[in-house]
Design a binder for this molecule. Structure first.
Ligand code: GLA
Length: 398
């Protein structure tokens, strides 16, 4: 039995028992998985048609799935201990606040598939995951991905990986109502094993970048702060970027997105925008450059340089894009002092959640004494950190 099969067996048995106890003993159950993702660089560039570098993580969302004879959809989350039963024809977005809010992600996928004339039978779906929820590791896109794999797998219908990514993205934007870019869904569906994904969000051209973790570790540092602001701030930033783009077009810049602005045009751009809008644009322009430099650094195995780029990304995000919060700032300060920490940046959208640190041989004792203790004492929040490696693309567990 492989390491991965060994790791999966106990959760799969738990899922199977739960599914049978909850929704009945009869019928064949199949299992599917999808990983979370971590962004390496390219913060908020995706919806500006820019560049991103990201990978999946070796943490998964799993689903036990079974076709039903009737037209009911039964969902259960083992993490949230929450069940929802709904008639297929009655599916519509659940309003917020709602204890079943998480179910919008699988329901959104079902709604998107039916819109595109895929056959949807009645279903029992029981989910379990070791991707921390709300930590910016894209547990939500993972939930979309695993639902999609389960429905296609159970019904013998097929899609390309691209179509899957777009379907999941549409579910999130048009059903869940979160106007995200394509970073999460593309990373999860397109990235191959042992690789990071370099994606040009303008052309959707992508390259697999082989990454190995023999010299470095990627550490996810979870601040313990939920991301209550994330949706409203995210929408605000999207509007600001759009406004900046319109103003620059009106001022005569022949650009099709903010990502077409070159660093040497920033002086001219500054004259046409308010200070706030200018800072947003400067972040997008410099972040795209950092993605390119990161590719070069990875190619040369120059992890010192990659770490510097992480720090620069954090500075730019925090000062120009203002997607940090004081607890994350404190954590960065503390991490900077730990030998071996090469760089730190904010994961995903920001405004809480996790940091990603690039570390050479983590010294766990120092992390305890120099980071966890002072952070927890000062903020009264629980800090957790764990290292991640690249994950495995979504699919059926056979
Ligand atoms: C969230 C969104 C992504 C992306 C990041 C920021 O994770 O879902 O589309 O915009 O924030 O880079």
């Amino acid at each position: 039995m492989s390491e991965i099969e060994k790791k999966l067996q106990p959760p799969l048995e738990k899922i199977e028992t739960e599914l049978k106890n909850r929704f009945g003993k009869r019928g064949e159950i199949k299992f599917f998985r999808a990983p979370g993702r971590v962004d390496w660089l390219g913060s908020h560039t995706d919806y500006n048609q820019g560049l991103v570098l990201a990978s999946t993580v070796n943490r998964d969302i799993l689903v036990g799935a079974r076709i039903r004879k009737d037209r009911k959809i039964n969902l259960y989350s083992m993490n949230l201990k929450d069940e929802l039963k709904i008639e297929l024809k009655k599916i519509k977005p659940l309003p917020i606040p709602n204890p079943h809010y998480w179910a919008n992600y699988p329901l959104g996928v079902i709604a998107e598939l039916s819109k595109n004339c895929f056959k949807i039978p009645g279903l029992d779906l029981v989910f379990d995951s070791d991707i921390p929820i709300g930590a910016n590791l894209s547990s939500s896109a993972g939930l979309e991905a695993v639902t999609l794999e389960a429905i296609l797998g159970l019904t013998n219908q097929t899609m390309t990986r691209w179509e899957k990514a777009i379907t999941a993205w549409r579910a999130e934007n048009f059903f869940v109502g979160m106007p995200c870019g394509i970073l999460d869904q593309f990373t999860i569906f397109i990235t191959q094993k042992d690789c990071a994904l370099f994606l040009d969000c303008n052309t959707l051209a992508s390259h697999q970048i082989p990454v190995r973790f023999d010299q470095i570790e990627l550490l996810v540092v979870d601040s313990g702060i939920g991301r209550s602001l994330v949706k409203s701030k995210y929408q605000e930033r999207r509007r600001e970027c759009q406004l900046a783009y319109q103003k620059l077009r009106t001022a005569g810049f022949k650009i099709r997105s903010l990502s077409e602005i070159k660093p040497d045009q920033l002086k001219a751009v500054e004259k046409k925008l308010s200070p706030v809008l200018f800072r947003r644009v400067r972040h997008i322009v410099s972040e795209n450059q950092r993605v390119l430099k990161a590719l070069e650094a990875i190619g040369k195995k120059d992890f010192q340089k990659l770490g510097e780029l992480f720090y620069e990304g954090y500075e730019s995000g925090s000062k120009d894009y203002e997607n940090s919060i004081c607890e994350l700032d404190l954590l960065v300060q503390l991490l900077r002092k730990v030998p071996g920490v090469l760089g730190v940046r904010i994961a995903g959208a920001g405004w809480g959640g996790c940091l990603v640190a690039l570390v050479k041989k983590p010294n766990w004792e120092l992390m305890e004494n120099e980071v966890r203790m002072p952070y927890q004492n000062k903020t009264k929040r629980k800090l957790s950190f764990f290292s991640v490696k690249t994950g495995i693309p979504p699919g059926e567990i056979i």
